[in-house]
Design a protein around this ligand. Structure first.
Ligand code: PEP
Ligand code: MN
Length: 246
């Protein structure tokens, strides 16, 4: 059963526009969930791909705040550098450190000094070729930098696979192993499958594991997502899942 501020995080891969994000926010409010992906910075494999709106996106978040209070809606933003941390930390309720930065030790050390009273959590994704031990050591850098252990969420997002048809394999054993360390653990079946048709089946399977939450990418027009369109599910599909399973 979901409670207020349950760790079920939904939203688009990247923040694109007010028109894009508002219907996702409205759906979460209808369903009593509050954590919305509002990514201003995107770590992209290709230098030519959309890199996120950056500080321009802050204006969109300000406008969103006119319609949704902090009690109703909380922003989840990724930082890939100390400079980005300084931009997102004042507005983010969850500070996300992405898979590619799981061992960016200088960034990890800096997170603690950028947390505020409004920072609910720091979410640390597992690198797609990192072991659970390396993941836990990365979390230790957050703790050494001043982030309390109870504010850390570990997120399993799949590892690179030579055999999976999508090139990625969600690693349930890693999530279960990480859970034994006492951290909150959530699963991201979107990056963990890279294909929209598999996202909700994997989300359902994840719930069976007894993890603490999920992170799922959804978009008002999935095919038009500027990033990760192939794994985006519709708002309707996300809402049906929430009403049926959470
Ligand atoms: C993301 O969640 O926006 C993301 C980039 O995922 P990952 O770091 O797991 O690739
Ligand atoms: Mn994405």
């Amino acid at each position: 059963m979901k409670e207020t501020n349950s760790l079920y995080i939904f939203g688009p891969c990247s923040l694109e526009s007010l028109e894009q994000i508002t219907p996702v926010a409205a759906m979460l409010k209808r369903r009593g969930l509050s954590y919305l992906r509002t990514q201003l910075y995107k770590p992209r494999t290709k230098a030519s791909s959309f890199q996120g709106l950056g500080i321009e996106g802050l204006k969109i978040l300000e406008k969103l705040r006119l319609d949704f209070s902090v009690d109703e809606l909380r922003f989840v933003c990724e930082a890939g550098s100390v400079e980005q941390l300084a931009v997102i930390a004042p507005v983010a309720s969850i500070i996300q450190i992405g898979a590619r930065n799981m061992q960016n030790f200088e960034l990890l050390k800096a997170v603690g000094s950028h947390t505020h009273a409004h920072t609910d959590y720091v979410l640390l994704k597992r690198g797609f070729a990192n072991t659970v031990d390396e993941w836990l050591e990365a979390a230790n850098y957050l703790i050494q930098g001043g982030v309390p252990k109870e504010k850390i969420i570990l997120c399993e997002r799949g590892t690179r696979s030579l055999t999976s048809p999508t090139g990625v394999q969600l690693d349930f054993i890693a999530a279960l192993e990480a859970k034994k360390s006492g951290y909150k653990v959530i699963i991201d079946p979107s990056h963990g499958s890279k294909k929209s048709e598999f996202v909700l089946p994997l989300a359902k399977a994840s719930l069976q594991l007894g993890v603490d939450g999920l992170m799922i990418e959804c978009h008002p027009r999935p095919a038009e997502s500027v990033s990760d369109a192939k794994q985006a599910i519709s708002i309707q599909a996300a809402e049906d899942f929430i009403s049926q399973y959470l």
